[in-house]
Design a protein around this ligand. Sequence first.
Ligand code: ADP
Ligand code: MG
Length: 565
Amino acid sequence: MPQIQLLPDSVINQIAAGEVIERPASAVKELVENSLDAGATGIKISVKRGGKDLIQISDNGSGIEAGDIEKSVMRHATSKLRDVDDLLRLCTNGFRGEALSSIASISKLTIESSGIRAEFEGGVLKSKEEAALPVGTTITVKDLFFNAPVRAEFLKNDSVENSRILDCIIRLALANENARFEYRADNRLLFCAAAGSLQSRISDCLGASVARSLLEIEWEEQGIKVRGFVNAPEDLQSNKRNIPYIYLQKRPIYNALISKAINQAYAPYGDFSPIAIIFLEMPQETFDVNVHPAKREVRFSRDNAVFLAVNHAVHNALQRSISYPSISITNTLREHAPAYVADTVSPTLIVDEKQVSEELFPDSRIIPVASGLDLAGKAPPNSPECLQIGKSYIICEQGNSMLIIDQHRAHKLILYERALAAFQNNESLDSQELLFPENVEIPSYLLPILEAQKNELKKLGFNIEPFGTSTWRLRSIPAHLKINAAATAITDFLQNSYDSKESDMFKKNSLSYANSSAIPSGAELSVQEMKAIVSDLLFLQNPYETPRGEAVFMKMPLDDIRKKF
Ligand code: ADP
Ligand code: MG
């Protein structure tokens, strides 16, 4: 008997949904793209429980013809493509006719457009009635993955899903500054951007100070136009892994080659992943967008030319910024910094704190509340005599041996163990209060996580509260952290939540905390500081290596030393 049979449409749609709709954010991306394709200039996105319970997108676009509504949820049903040649002339985000059918097959979907409301369940039409909706389209997705429980299990907590949704919205909003966007999660407004210039859109999406300090790119090479903005060299942050915003013919794409071309232009300054917004335009016949169902990837017929065009474009912008340092916007900004920024505060105000903290806390913005290592206090009793060499290593005697300790690794390990214990026991680490609260800008897409994780951050010593849209106000920071590393440390913490499995979170966050706060190599230490590090280190159960497996100290028995002579 023949064994092979054609799969029913419902199964095919669910298989396609596996590729197209990975999580709520992918559904939002597809639906917002449809609104943009329909020429919408106003798009409202609303979600409940991270998009798992509800996703609703309302737009003022062209709408779906009443007679087309049922067709729109069928597989490969599209109004954007007629024949193969159209694939070469695409100017829409969508073209595969797969998104609505995929979403419909794994949810309870309602489409309202052209005076009709149609409800589908698992892709099957359940009801169709007249509805009053004057313009545009509203699409409501309830119980996403209701019939795909395994997929639902892989989703993260609501704040991380909200963050991922916001990242998708920002990626689309940056390329469509003529449309107004509004995003609410559980009835709270998380993002709003009015129609306007690209500059004002960047400011809404990435923060005002980022927008002001970016360098403009304008370049053309071998028929490839490159436009956009990148970080000025003086604003680079080494440990920040920014994912570039790359657009080809205005559609967001991910492309490792282009990311590499950007980063390589920064090579003279170090190993950086800068903030970059890159718009590419090139002839349609030189690339293929039909590579992956989620349409995130593209193939270029001239990889090399694309790489060089982007690399030269960024390089040129950086060169220009260096030739004219006096007109750099960032410098001007710093000169006009508001009076409450601690740098400009009269020194008489802080003289007392200065006396207390001069040695350990050269940054006068900080009042030491408690220092976890007790570096300022007396050395612990019975701690061995210590000597620092090369401003990086501590030498001391222990039992019948000499120890050579790497100060940075030792401190990192101590802080790591302490943070891990604090997370596990639900305790808080020591913090230092700021004399003057400092404003920090956190990448907008991480804000939903920041709101949800405020208390976890408090355990590490960060006391932070909202102050404007993407600006937050810092009142205290971990005991050992330098104030200028605080924004990066917080961003790392939030990015860990965004990227990692929940089970790895404590470890990852403890590690980021330790990395950002540990005493660096090359820092001169007082005898008390060295003694505190040594006694804390030797108190640990496993003082031998850092969480990454790097050796913390070398031990040389006296007998061995004797033999050498
Ligand atoms: P594609 O976008 O690839 O064409 P979709 O499955 O995303 O496929 O959508 C199917 C069709 O439904 C689209 O081609 C379009 O005609 C229609 N459509 C979907 N959403 C909207 C919307 N918000 N406004 C107008 N038309 C829409
Ligand atoms: Mg589409």
